[in-house]
Design a protein around this ligand. Structure first.
Ligand code: G3H
Ligand code: ZN
Length: 284
């Protein structure tokens, strides 16, 4: 069923695993992720960036596509449709009105008091509709769609505690050294801060930039209260690699099913690997 993130993340935090947020870009990504979740008996979060939402036609198209697939595939595991890095109250409302079950308001680049004010307004609207809210503090490095991290800024533990208390958000993404897209060298995650923020805020923590984080860091983050891990680039790389292979092997291919079908399979395999690594397999 379509659900918000609240219950799945609280359960994950309690039982020490993380639910993957896998970003969708088109029909094949959505199929691959839903099939992987059902096969693994894992809860799953479909991440939709504002750019990807526009690409697919709009938030209504996204919701109806997901609903259609869940019906045709007879999906039984919990699924959340989540706005990833929402940039304004207006866009969060649009997503919620279209049927998204969860939103992220990314007001982390605003001054702290403004972040609180924007996030409070999103929570008020979202919670009145049973929709969960994720907020962010600090800056994730790298670039994702319209979201450009101007260098890495570590979240401040005191501000995290205050943001959670004053806004009533359901989960928090404190930027602690992670990067959107590939890492240059090993990531340097702030585990000390993560532990403190996990303890003082009490809410499940979210780790952005899941692509390229080594397994030992993933395990450590989960042990410190991380209950949601976002992965996008890794699936994009897996799918592009498969398409390149197919075109390289046969220059006469033109039926999209002949290259997007195998690409879908590659995404599914990648997602299954992540679900096992995050420990969410068998938890639905
Ligand atoms: O919000 C989405 C992510 O944080 C994905 O990051 O593309 O590095 O896996 P990634
Ligand atoms: Zn992100």
């Amino acid at each position: 069923p379509l659900v918000s993130m609240t219950e799945m993340l609280n359960k994950a935090k309690e039982e020490h695993y993380a639910v993957g947020q896998f970003n969708i870009n088109n029909l094949e990504f959505t199929q691959a992720i839903l099939l992987a979740a059902e096969e693994e008996k894992s809860p799953v979060i479909l991440g939709v960036s504002e750019g990807a939402g526009r690409y697919m036609g709009g938030f209504n198209t996204v919701v109806k596509m997901v609903e259609g697939l869940m019906e045709d595939y007879q999906i039984t595991v919990p699924v959340a449709i989540h706005l990833d890095h929402g940039t304004s109250l207006e866009n969060c409302k649009k997503a919620i009105d279209a049927g998204f079950t969860s939103v992220m308001i990314d007001a982390s680049h605003h001054p702290f008091e403004e972040n609180i004010e924007i996030t409070t307004n999103v929570v008020e609207y979202a919670h009145s509709k049973g929709v969960s809210v994720e907020a962010e503090l600090g800056t994730v490095g790298g670039q994702e769609d319209d979201v450009i991290g101007e260098g890495i800024i570590y979240a401040d533990a005191k501000e995290c505690q205050e943001l959670v208390q004053r806004t009533g958000i359901d989960c928090l993404a404190p930027a602690l050294g992670s990067v959107h897209g590939p890492y240059q060298g090993e990531p340097n995650l702030g585990f000390k801060e993560m532990e403190e923020i996990g303890n003082t805020t009490g809410v499940p923590l979210v780790l952005h930039g899941g692509t390229g984080i080594p397994t030992h860091d993933i395990k450590r983050a989960i042990s410190l209260g991380t209950a949601k891990i976002n992965v996008n680039t890794e699936n994009q790389i897996a799918s592009a690699k498969k398409v390149r292979e197919i075109f390289a092997a046969d220059s006469k291919v033109y039926d999209p099913r002949k290259y997007l079908g195998p690409a879908r399979e590659a995404i599914k395999e990648t997602v299954i690997g992540k679900m096992r690594e995050f420990g969410s397999s068998g938890k639905a």
